[in-house]
Design a protein around this ligand. Structure first.
Ligand SMILES: C[S@@+](CC[C@H](N)C(=O)[O-])C[C@H]1O[C@@H](n2cnc3c(N)ncnc32)[C@H](O)[C@@H]1O
Length: 305
């Protein structure tokens, strides 16, 4: 990189990278997802709300192409922040849960409520190949609740001690899960889900000026985060994703680890960046980058950048 480019880059970064001071208290955000999702964005919900409300008009469609636990989509749907919500996820395990919740919520809720959570029953469910989508969804929910960190990718182990030594039961709240699943079903008219690759799906919506994309991709660069261990699909082409989003006629918010590589990608595509504080799993203060288009309204700019 030549010196001129580096200086220009640094001065642009210092003008576009701004940090907000406060860490969000996640207890103030309603928990609506049935998942405990690694890399889940509950803490970012106040920012997502503010961004959507700042747009000149309510988005026709809110698109979450790397949905995972889907808290952003659920919030947009429950709080009427967009007319429709479209969630995409490539992992068939995670997809099974969303598919069944949106079509067959009662079955899943009843299955959770009637399951007797013992180590023996759990191991039996987890080691038996499911016969159908319903059983698969239940198996995924159970695995998500009893494995360490909610990690469902191959290689994760069962919770040994859990909270207060309750072991595998420490994250199993059947009533709460059933309630969340039924509440999502109540909003099914506004929520769509598709098991797909984000890269095949995003292009369909790039020309829609009334689309809003929330993009939280897996990120493994720099070895900073163990993204590889967290998800079945963890490698994506970030350059291609940024190039795609540069074509969007609608608005978007991307969220990434705070790394030089990501800042450089944003700079190259002419995007704006803001640093927001978050608490890491070890309770130290860390920063995450929020990335958006530069062509944002003044009102939105004041709020967002
Ligand atoms: C950082 S997580 C998203 C977490 C989510 N924002 C939440 O709050 O729970 C990234 C997700 O992208 C999914 N994923 C990875 N590659 C994908 C692809 N090419 N298309 C769609 N989803 C993908 C992973 O399975 C994972 O669930």
């Amino acid at each position: 990189m030549n010196v001129h480019y580096k200086n220009l880059q640094q001065s642009l970064f210092s003008s576009t990278v701004m940090a907000s001071a406060k860490i969000v208290n996640v207890a103030s955000v309603p928990q609506r997802s049935p998942f405990r999702y690694p890399g889940g964005k509950t803490w970012l919900i106040p920012e997502i709300r503010a961004w959507l409300r700042s747009l000149p008009r309510k988005p026709e469609i809110f698109i979450e192409p790397f949905a995972g636990g889907g808290i952003a989509s659920l919030t947009a749907a429950f709080e009427n922040l967009a007319d429709h919500v479209f969630m995409i996820e490539k992992d068939d395990q995670v997809a099974a849960v969303w598919d069944v919740i949106l079509k067959d919520a009662d079955w899943l809720a009843d299955k959770i409520l009637s399951f007797n959570l013992t180590l023996e029953n759990t191991l039996q469910v987890l080691s038996t190949p499911p016969h159908n989508l319903r059983e698969k969804a239940f198996q995924v929910i159970l695995r998500n609740r009893v494995q360490r960190g909610g990690i469902m990718a191959p290689g994760a182990s069962l919770l040994k001690f859990g909270e207060n030594g309750r072991g595998i039961a420490s994250r199993w709240y059947p009533q709460t899960l059933a309630k969340r699943i039924k509440a999502i079903y109540e909003h099914r008219n506004r929520i769509m889900f598709k098991e797909a690759d984000a890269f095949d799906f995003i292009p369909h919506f790039l020309n829609n000026p009334h689309a809003a994309f929330f993009i939280d991709p897996p990120y493994t660069a720099g070895g900073k985060r163990a993204g590889k261990r967290l998800y079945l699909y963890s490698e994506i082409d970030h350059d291609e994703l940024f190039s795609m989003m540069a074509e969007a006629k609608g608005n978007f918010m991307m969220t990434y680890d705070d790394t030089e590589e990501v800042k450089e990608l944003s700079f190259r595509h002419g995007f704006s960046i803001r640093r927001v504080p978050m608490k890491s799993t070890h309770h130290s203060k860390m920063y995450e980058l929020l990335i958006g288009p530069t062509s944002i309204s003044k009102q939105s700019a004041d709020l967002f950048f």
